[in-house]
Design a protein around this ligand. Structure first.
Ligand SMILES: [Zn+2]
Length: 205
């Protein structure tokens, strides 16, 4: 376990490892996203410092703004609906969740869905036009998500590469080489439960 890194993340986010969602679920959602963004930066930085990314594909300025749109209040509110556990969502609420996810993945080129037709449930999305510079950011994103959820990064690659997302041979080699490198930096002790799953809709806002 990398204690320094764990402490640093906790300090930055003012959180304990198991955070119960407080009465303002939007605040908890914001913390969760900020934590995710910090992890993406951490993994991207590893790639930059270790020379895994060719210089022309490095874009620190862009990665510093990774997922910034998710932090807008209206987006946080719609995202928060996903965690309501006490009653069925209305059709309109379900639509709001769908909209906020689709708006994000269709306007951010670090997501495969930006490049090919389809939504977040689709299989066979054509990502062959995706530039390498975005693939490195995507791998850092996947590593961050694996760490948060305690899931296997390589397991995720095996599940989605050339199944959910269709890539060229060059892209497949890049993804596997980068993720194989990053997987050793994933710290399973930093898996996080934000307590969001037990949110009652009445607590929403
Ligand atoms: Zn994203």
């Amino acid at each position: 376990m990398n204690f320094n890194r764990a402490l640093n993340i906790l300090k930055k986010n003012d959180m304990t490892l198991v955070e119960s969602a407080n009465d303002n679920v939007v605040v908890t959602c914001r913390k969760r996203i900020q934590d995710h963004i910090n992890r993406v930066k951490y993994f991207y930085n590893i790639l930059v410092e270790s020379g895994q990314i060719p210089l022309e594909d490095i874009d620190i300025k862009r990665v510093m703004k990774h997922d910034a749109d998710k932090l807008k209040y209206n987006n946080l509110k719609r995202q928060a609906l996903r965690y309501c556990g006490d009653r069925q969502l209305t059709q309109e609420e379900k639509q709001q969740i769908n909209d906020v996810v689709m708006e994000h993945i269709k306007s951010n080129p670090h997501h495969c869905e930006y490049w090919g037709a389809g939504d977040y449930k689709s299989l066979g999305i054509n990502c062959k036009e995706m530039y390498d510079t975005f693939l490195y950011e995507m791998c850092a994103d996947w590593a961050a998500t694996s760490e948060e959820n305690g899931n296997s990064l390589m397991g995720w690659c095996d599940k989605v590469v050339n199944n959910k997302f269709m890539f060229t041979e060059h892209q497949v080699d890049l993804i596997y080489s980068v993720c194989t490198y990053l997987k050793d930096y994933i710290d399973p002790s930093l898996k996080r439960d934000y307590g969001l799953k037990s949110i009652k809709l009445s607590q929403l806002w």
